[in-house]
Design a protein around this ligand. Structure first.
Ligand code: NAP
Length: 244
């Protein structure tokens, strides 16, 4: 399937590393003028070296007001990928207020903040747009020691639906992708121990974890006109876990 984003402007959060970095590079390959937002400047510098046409913007999305000011200066985009995310694992009784603030600030609050900025531009331009939130299958499958992460992604799923409901009439489609484990820095943090990874693999009918490319392809599809009538959907990329 050919997907072209020629003439479109796209923005990806958390584009310094992992899944977001590859989404940003794929958007450039598909012809979109692409803005990569992330926290660590060195990651953005190396991305810029790899893909000189990309625009990089450093912002800490935990800082609601500060990042909003930076993003408001970026101007309008047609395509938005809310990918930035963090994880903290701990047994339920050991979860701290700081863990909750850290994870909810990035995984849920920043999506509201960033989307308000760019959806406003999509409405004002009259062109509409498409937004993909990177959620997780952990939004729907309870995982031990993932209290904060699972609950944050559950919130992302419902946020996706509410945004689809309110923004649909403005010609803005909002969907999520919900992968299971991908071996990025985040994936390695939670799943490197075979004692945890093996039972997780055993729950996946396809018997393997997700490749970054699997997520990239699903995001490109949902952003594209090929998904013109898909709005408010939560797309599992889980090898069949949810079919269990
Ligand atoms: P990753 O390799 O850790 O990359 C996350 C990216 O988000 C990094 O570039 C990071 O920048 C950025 N980020 C984090 N906090 C930020 C902040 N406050 N402000 C700006 N940028 C920030 O993680 P990943 O595995 O690619 O995850 C990407 C998304 O996929 C997340 O939403 C995650 O929940 C979701 N997901 C991941 C998996 C998995 O197994 N890996 C599975 C399902 C869903 P810094 O490093 O500079 O902080």
């Amino acid at each position: 399937m050919e997907i072209s984003f020629k003439g479109k402007r796209a923005l990806v959060t958390g584009a310094g590393k992992g899944i977001g970095r590859d989404i940003a590079k794929a958007l450039v390959r598909c012809g979109a003028e692409t803005v990569a937002v992330s926290r660590t400047q060195e990651d953005l510098d190396s991305l810029k070296k790899e893909v000189p046409s990309i625009q990089t913007v450093q912002a800490d999305l935990r800082d609601w007001d500060g990042s909003r000011k930076i993003l408001e200066a970026v101007g309008c985009v047609d395509l938005l990928v809310n990918n930035a995310g963090v994880s903290k694992t701990a047994p339920f009784f050991e979860v701290t207020k700081d863990d909750c603030d850290f994870v909810y600030d990035v995984n849920i609050k920043s999506i509201i903040n960033v989307s308000q900025v760019f959806a406003k531009g999509m409405v004002e331009s009259g062109r509409g747009g498409a937004i993909v939130n990177v959620s997780s299958v952990a939004s729907q499958v309870a995982l031990k020691e993932h209290t904060v992460y699972c609950s944050s992604k559950g919130a992302v799923d419902m946020l996706t639906k509410v945004m689809a409901l309110e923004l649909g009439p403005e010609k803005i489609r909002v969907n999520s992708v919900n992968p299971t484990v991908v071996m990025t820095d985040m994936g390695r943090y939670a799943w490197s121990d075979p004692k945890k990874a093996d039972p997780m693999l055993a729950r996946i009918p396809l018997g393997k974890f997700v490749e970054i490319e699997d997520v990239v392809n699903a995001v490109l599809f949902l952003l594209s006109e090929k998904a013109a009538m898909i709005n408010g959907s939560l797309l599992p990329i889980d090898g069949g876990i949810l079919a269990n």
